[in-house]
Design a protein around this ligand. Structure first.
Ligand code: NA7
Length: 535
């Protein structure tokens, strides 16, 4: 069988993979991307469940590398829907002629570093062998879906879907009894949509959530024109910003230092503004101090309570045991109102955990619920999950699974020592999802492309990381995160949603602007901390 050989292989054709292909071509490398889906888009290809929408504003959730692209593309809403983002990414793929370098419907199953050749040898799901000097993982933080092991799950006689594997043709819920497991960001988006169609919807909620209102609206031509005119200024704002967003308060006051009235005004303002960040970032101390956090949490719970008719249902939805922002705060459109419908029942999966499934019946505590359709909005094995789902073997045949058995680490979240020439876009140790991720992705892609251009110029073909430098970086990531309430409760952020996964935050929380400065400094010093060689 023929073996294909490239300078660089990219795994994934989502936001990161698409831009990476573009940049690798620009620096004159031959490139091939392998994408398990049949189209581009990554997250926005797979998560096509009803109600799927981004919780970053459309004008911030856009590539910035091409001003022309920004000038010609028109977003229709403040928070773009999955179909609109998928159209945008297809437009990008066509505009930059990226498809000719992508093999769709092809998974990378194995990647072995061949020390003699100083190359990666890949096996794909099409049983092909591919050899490449450089390997770039653009697999995303949230692409390895998680389905809980429930007794008797294989006996379920109805239809089952994970929100991350939604059929392109949609699902017909009419006259059906539907169960949704999970009330994270996904569950909170899909539940109101299914409720409108199903005969009856049962929501299995294990952990009540702090939820913020989206405050979504349609954009008009005047707004769109202004956004295009402000492109340069918004880019400057993003570059200075700790999470890579434009029009964002850089120096908010401390909630604890304000009088009650001023604090209330700011809370009301953030609530009116809506979205994931306005309230979480309205004060400097709500992410650090539990008392300050409680002001915000109580305010949000009281506001959400106003939408729910039945006080008992409201208690079950809003008796929350963790600080707001300790796990990802879902953003909602008509979520709590959904529980006022006669065809919606909230099942408390904490006091009545789902014990087993037999035939079409879900047994949860004393409840026996007959279902025609079961929807898993049960999330992902985040960050390390997609990488570990492949058999990746570095120097000495050491599996990445072994290196990351107790903790996933990588210097700057870019390269893990012992895995030379393997770049990870937004890998563990980077800000990753603690930023406007498309903006962070562009920075990582640019850094990788610049690094490879530098190596080409100086005739080098091997890059690894000094293990001590990697350890120091991991220590810094831990130190920076220590004071934060982020990760102070179990969720996919800490890995505790996955049975047996080592617990711990792997994100750099020191701010995207500081992280960018560090990456630039490392590059300016000839890639300090990395070990570059010619082999
Ligand atoms: P999440 O936020 O990880 O939510 C998963 C949900 O599934 C959450 O409510 C879980 O409850 C629930 N879950 C998982 N297993 C079970 C069982 N066995 N029984 C009951 N409930 C269960 O995933 P999402 O897809 O919503 O969002 C992921 C990210 O995508 C989001 O943070 C944004 O960044 C975009 P739990 O809370 O663990 O008690």
């Amino acid at each position: 069988m023929d073996t294909d050989e490239f300078d660089a292989v990219v795994i994934g054709a989502g936001i990161a993979g698409l831009y990476m292909i573009h940049r690798l071509r620009e620096i004159g490398l031959s490139v091939r991307a392998y994408e398990k889906g049949d189209g581009v888009g990554g997250t926005w290809y797979w998560n096509r469940y009803p109600g799927a929408r981004c919780d970053v504003q459309s004008w911030d959730y856009s590539y910035t590398f091409s001003e022309e692209l920004n000038q010609e593309w028109n977003w229709t809403e403040r928070y773009p829907t999955q179909p609109e983002i998928e159209r945008y990414l297809n437009h990008v793929a066509d505009r930059f002629d990226l498809r000719r370098d992508i093999d769709f419907g092809t998974r990378v199953d194995q990647a072995r570093f061949g020390e003699d050749q100083n190359k990666w040898i890949l096996r794909t799901s099409r049983d092909a062998t591919v050899v490449t000097r450089y390997l770039v993982s653009a697999v995303g933080a949230l692409s390895e879906r998680f389905v809980p092991k429930i007794n008797g799950i294989e006996t379920f006689t109805g239809e089952q879907y994970h929100t991350n594997g939604w059929p392109a043709e949609g699902v017909d819920f009419e006259n059906k009894r539907v169960g949704v497991i999970g009330t994270g960001s996904t569950g909170i988006q899909v539940i109101p949509q299914i409720a409108k169609e199903a005969e009856h919807l049962y929501v299995f909620q294990r952990t009540p959530q702090h939820v913020l209102p989206a405050g979504n609206y349609l954009l008009d031509d005047v707004q769109r024109r202004a956004l295009k005119e402000d492109f340069g200024q918004m880019l400057d704002e993003k570059l200075m910003n700790p999470v890579g967003l434009s029009n964002f308060p850089l120096d908010p006051p401390a909630a604890l230092e304000l009088d009650a009235e001023t604090r209330r005004e700011l809370l009301e303002e953030g609530w009116r503004d809506g979205g994931a960040v306005a309230l979480n970032r309205a004060f400097s101390d709500t992410g650090l101090d539990r008392k300050a956090n409680k002001f915000l949490a109580d305010f949000v719970a009281a506001k959400n309570r106003e939408a729910i008719d039945d006080p008992e249902v409201a208690d079950r939805l809003l008796t929350i045991d963790h600080p707001i922002g300790a796990r990802r705060t879902p953003v909602a459109i008509d979520y709590f109102e959904t529980y006022n419908r006669d065809n919606v029942t909230l099942v408390d999966a904490k006091t009545s955990p789902i014990e087993k499934i037999s035939g079409n019946v879900i047994h949860a505590g004393d409840d026996q619920i007959e279902l025609d359709v079961l929807v898993y909005a049960t999330g992902f094995d985040g960050v390390s999950g997609p990488l570990l789902s492949m058999d990746i073997q570095g120097v000495g045949g050491v599996p990445l699974r072994t290196k990351w058995a107790t903790r996933s680490t990588a210097y700057l979240g870019l390269i893990a020592s012992g895995f030379p020439n393997l770049f990870m876009i937004t890998g563990p140790g980077s800000p990753s999802v603690f930023s406007n991720v498309i903006f962070h992705i562009e920075q990582h892609v640019d850094w990788i492309a610049d690094c490879l251009a530098y190596m080409k110029e100086y005739d080098m073909n091997h890059i690894d990381v000094d293990p001590e430098v990697e350890n120091e970086w991991t220590q810094l990531v831990d130190d920076v995160g220590k004071s934060s309430l982020v990760g102070s409760t179990r969720s996919w952020w800490t890995g505790e949603n996955i049975p047996g996964k080592p617990a711990g935050l792997t994100f750099y929380l020191g701010g995207l602007q500081n992280y960018r400065a560090k990456c630039d400094e490392v590059a300016d010093k000839g890639y300090e901390g990395f070990v570059l060689q010619s082999r």
